[in-house]
Design a protein around this ligand. Structure first.
Ligand SMILES: *Cc1c(COP(=O)(O)O)cnc(C)c1O
Length: 343
């Protein structure tokens, strides 16, 4: 039996917790050092660090789970490694090598094994790799020095109350500009969406639906998750395609599950906001919540309701959720290469 921390796994929220070890690597004089684990949760920075002045920062998010067999695994970390390298390139930051990214995730999880929630608890170990400009800059340019870190923390389900449908609100604001930074996983996109998120929360909606920034005609995504829809006849999985949404790994995995495991048709295409009232189901997908069923979209005094609304998720959403979480927890056979064993 693996030893675990004495913790009430059932009551975990989605909150920072300082675990025993974190991974740190520094980029100086044109190269990454070999990196190591440390027990120190604090960072000392130049007052003029690039992150503090011009927001050069990016991050990733993935989870480690205990499977039904007692293995500790994570889900498609190669895609996180690749996406982070692509994001770094767009922000004029050095890439952290993809193979090293995966090894660093392994090392960090192994050093905090006692924090991985037990199988069946519904909780998981959230893994947050991130990178930022640590070198000083005042003239506008990329910094010369960077820090890559990985922190981990046990988390419960992102939305308390599990897979209960949520209501989302159409935002009047945009989270990303056309030809901007919407497709990269950078903290600056989140800074941009906080104001709209607070407005939605005050109005009683836990998430926003952002529309395309050019015309407000097409569905984009929420602040931190992609949307999918199920056609009125239940036959088709439809997900927005746009240059300004983040390529979610959960969404890409659901596309595969829908097509190859549930026998649905799949459409990845621009989705007009005007057509969503024809759909039977709607959901948000991302690592944090896996799937959050959406029962209602509030649009300026009008409510669009999917299926049984806020009462319960639709049948396809339930199946998608069962299959994907089953793959992650080892109760459903995973497609080749999706599950990465750590311990
Ligand atoms: C991280 C993120 C998602 C979800 O991506 P996953 O890879 O599925 O976790 C969706 N939208 C935004 C804006 C994100 O930052």
């Amino acid at each position: 039996m693996r030893k675990t921390k004495d913790m009430d796994w059932q009551s975990l929220g989605f909150q920072y917790m300082s675990c025993d070890k974190r991974y740190v690597s520094r980029f100086r004089e044109g190269q990454w050092d070999e990196g190591s684990l440390t027990g120190d949760p604090s960072i000392t920075l130049s007052e003029c660090a690039g992150i503090l002045q011009y927001c050069q920062e990016c991050f990733e998010g993935l989870k480690a789970y205990e499977t039904v067999n007692g293995d500790i695994v994570c889900f498609r970390p190669d895609l996180n490694a690749k996406r982070m390298a692509e994001t770094a390139e767009f922000l004029c930051m050095p890439k952290f090598p993809e193979d090293r990214f995966i090894r660093a995730v392994d090392e960090t999880v192994r050093a905090n094994l006692e924090y991985v929630p037990p199988y069946g608890s519904g909780a998981s170990l959230y893994i947050r790799p991130y990178m930022f400009a640590s070198g000083p800059v005042i003239g506008v340019k990329p910094a010369d020095e960077y820090m890559f870190r990985i922190i981990v923390m046990p988390v419960g389900p992102y939305f308390k109350g599990g897979a209960k449908p949520i209501a989302v609100m159409v935002s009047d604001y945009d989270r990303a500009a056309p030809h901007g930074t919407g497709h990269i996983k950078a903290g600056l996109n989140y800074a941009m969406s906080l104001h709209a998120h607070e407005i939605a929360k005050e109005a009683g909606y836990p998430e926003n639906m952002f529309l395309d920034p050019r015309e407000h005609k097409y569905v984009e995504e929420s602040g931190g998750a992609n949307f999918y829809f199920i056609s009125g006849d239940g036959s088709t999985f439809i997900t927005p395609k746009s240059g300004s949404i983040l390529p979610s790994i959960t969404r890409r995995s659901l596309v595969y599950v829908a097509e190859h495991m549930l026998g649905l048709k799949v459409e990845e295409r621009p989705v007009e906001f005007a057509e969503i009232s024809d759909f039977s189901e709607c959901g948000l997908c991302g690592t944090a919540a896996v799937i959050s069923p959406v029962g209602l979209v509030h649009d300026h005094g009008r409510d669009i309701i999917f299926g049984k609304g806020l009462e319960e998720p639709g049948p396809v959403t339930k199946e998608l959720y069962e299959k994907l979480t089953g793959i992650q927890l080892g109760t459903v056979k995973a497609p080749e290469g999706w599950i990465h064993k750590i311990a």
